[in-house]
Design a protein around this ligand. Sequence first.
Ligand code: GTQ
Length: 347
Amino acid sequence: MSELGKLEDLPLDYRNNLTAQNLVPLWPALRAALPHGIPSRNTKPMVWKYSDIRPQLMLAGELTPIEKAERRVLVLANPGLGLENMQATPTIYIGMQLILPGETAPNHVHSPSAVRFVIEGNGGFTAVNGEKMPMERGDLILTPSGLWHEHGHEGDGPVVWLDALDLPTVFAMEASYCLEGDPQVIRNQPDASQTTYRRSGLVPFAGLHQPRNKYPLKRFPWSETRAALEDLATVTNTGQPVQLAYVNPETGESCMPVLGFSAIMLRPGETIAPVRRSSSAVLHVIEGDGQAVVDGEELSWAENDTVAVPTHAVVKIRNTGKSPAFLFQVDDAPMQQKLGFFEEFPE
Ligand code: GTQ
């Protein structure tokens, strides 16, 4: 392999002339842009502990009224990517949102797509285009690009959920924006998508051959996902990941366009070594205790903690507890697939 020329190899007046004309020579920067073999990654493998986040979030509840916040969120920012960029990984935004009894996070719509994964509390709800959905612990609720959404809380005590957005990508495309609107008129069909798509393999016959609603199912209740994982575990060899993807029930494709969502079960004492992938990911602990080794970084995790996994990382995950452990995974594989460079690297 030949050594590429350096910037300093060029005469200073030539460099200055290029700069003045907004031109840049590629060859001194080529290897940084196209590294050999593996991408250069700034994302730090790391864990955010819920025991650290929760007290700060409750303080935010005292310090900042919802009217002053619109959304009361602490963002999990990866220090390797610059805190101000609000990226857990290069493509994944993760926030922890708090809503207190009686509060409303007002109606708005934006170009980035979001999902909510409920962490604690009872009585929270999200309304999407007039469809009111309950938020119970472990539920996944979709608020896709271009759909109006507002959140509320009709119970007691704090309600906290994890927000995952494709904001870093949409923002990098200079395409991120938001509109504010009047409160939604709630239709008399709460949780309608869940009722219509009650069971996998069964979709409404009416309209089967018509252009489809892009987001037919908007809430995935945890009770169903957990039971499905337990069933899958009975037919999956130990050491093989017990993992289910959240998909569009009509197409079988990932339920959102940019980010992918899945749930993993680890049996007591089990270690899994998922195949190495070109995608980055975030793992959020639903239940259980364990350890992860991510590119050699040893991380321990407990309930409600959140782990950042860089692209191309070597990952091992171990359930150190005596009960099954459950993880919620966010990854950018759907976007990488659409862009044509998603890869898996079997050992
Ligand atoms: O709840 O709509 O964490 O618009 C960031 C932006 C949550 C939301 C976030 C948002 C929301």
